[in-house]
Write a protein that binds this ligand. Sequence first.
Ligand SMILES: Cc1cc2nc3c(=O)[nH]c(=O)nc-3n(C[C@H](O)[C@H](O)[C@H](O)COP(=O)(O)O)c2cc1C
Ligand SMILES: [Fe+2]
Ligand SMILES: [Fe+2]
Length: 399
Amino acid sequence: MTDKVEPLELARGVYWVGVIDWNLRDFHGYVTPKGTTYNAYLIVDEKITLVDTVKAEFSAEMLKRISQIVDPAKIDHVIVNHVEMDHSGSLPAIMTAAPDATIYCSKNGKDGLHLHYKAYGCEDWDIEVVKTGSELSLGSKTLMFIEATMLHWPDSMHTYIKEDKILLSSDAFGQHIATSKPFDDEVEDVMAEAAEYYANILMPFGRVILKYIDTVKELGIDINMIAPGHGIIWRQDPAKIIEAYGRWARGETNKKVLIIYDTMWGSTHIMANSILEGIKAAGVEVKLLNIRKNDLSSIITEVLEAPVIIVGSPTLNNGIFPSVSELLTYLKGLHPKGKQAVAFGSYGWGGGAVKAVEKELEMAGFELIEPGLQIRYRPDEEGIAACLQLGERIAGFVQ
Ligand SMILES: Cc1cc2nc3c(=O)[nH]c(=O)nc-3n(C[C@H](O)[C@H](O)[C@H](O)COP(=O)(O)O)c2cc1C
Ligand SMILES: [Fe+2]
Ligand SMILES: [Fe+2]
C-alpha cells in the first residue's frame, strides 16, 4: 500500500478512488505485462455514492483514498455494476465502514452477491434491484442504470451520471494498463491494449455488444467520458472506443493471414515457413506465431484482426501437441465469428493431429477452406512445393 494516495477529480464531485495494481502479470490466465487498475468512483452530492470497489487485497488503500474526500462511514449508496471479485472484493470492507449504505445492482447482481458474500453477512445488506432506465437522484446529480447482461457476466450493468455525461462502464471498454496518467490522451498504445482486452474478455459476446450499442443509442444519452473498470478513462474521444467495439463485434478484419503452430523437431516449422512464403508471394500480409514463444493472450488479439488462421501441430501420441490443444480450447470458448481456417502438420507413422485440429477448429466456429495438409517427417522438395501452393490458394481467400 502506498503512503500517500491522491484521489482524482474527473468532474465536479466525481472522483476516481480506485487502485493501481502495478505488479499484476497474470489476470486469471490473461497475461498482463503492463499491470492493471481497478477503478472505483465516488460521487459526492447530497447522497454520497460509491460506484464499484477494488480487489479485496487493496481494500485499505481504497478506503484511505475515499477518506481524503469523505468519511467512508458517510457513504449512502454503493453501486455494484459487476459482481466479479476484482470489482466487488472490497464490498465487505465498505459495508463494515458504512453498514447502513444501500446497494444498487441488477437482479442477477443481487443473486451473485449472495453467492459470493454469505460469509460476510450479506443477508443483512440492504440490496435494491435496478433495471435499464432506472434512475437514482443523489441531489444535484442523477444516476441512470443500463443493464449489460452477459457483457461479460449475467450481473453486468453500467451507471451513467446524467448531468456530467459520464458512463461508468465496468468491464466494457477497459484495458489492462497500470499508469499514473489516467486519460486516453496521455497514454500511448491504448487502442492496442483495448483490442487485447476485447479479444480475451469480450470476443464471445459480439451480438450482446451490438445490442448494447443500440440500447445506448435508443436511450439517446450523450457521452462525454467513459470511465471503465480497468485502465485509462476515455475523455478525448469516447466515441472511438464504442466504434471499435462495433467493428470488432461485427467481425470486421484486416486482410491478413495468421499462421499459428508448434513443433518438436522443426518439421512443422518448415511447413509453416513454406506456407508463409506462398501467401507472401501472392501479395497478402501474413504473420507467423509459434505458440510457445508467444503468450495466448497476444495470439488471440492477432486472431481478432485476421479473417483466416492456419493452425499447425505435429502428431504426438496419435493426437494434437498440447500447446496447440490449449490454443484450440481457448478458441472454442471465445468462438470468433465469420472466420476461416486450415490445418497442417508433420507426423511420423499413423498421424492424427491434423484431423483432430480440423475437428476442433470447426467446433470453434471456423469454416475450413482447404483440406488439412500433413507431411511425413521432414518436408522434402515435393512437400515444400505443396506448402507453397497451399499458401497461394489460401491467399486467394483474402484478396
Ligand atoms: C514423443 C513423440 C511422440 C510421437 N507420437 C507420434 C504418433 O503417435 N503418431 C505419429 O504419427 N507420429 C508421432 N510422432 C512423430 C512426430 O509426429 C514426427 O517426428 C513429426 O515429424 C514431428 O514434427 P515436428 O518436427 O514439427 O515436431 C511422435 C514423436 C515424438 C517425439
Ligand atoms: Fe469481469
Ligand atoms: Fe474486471
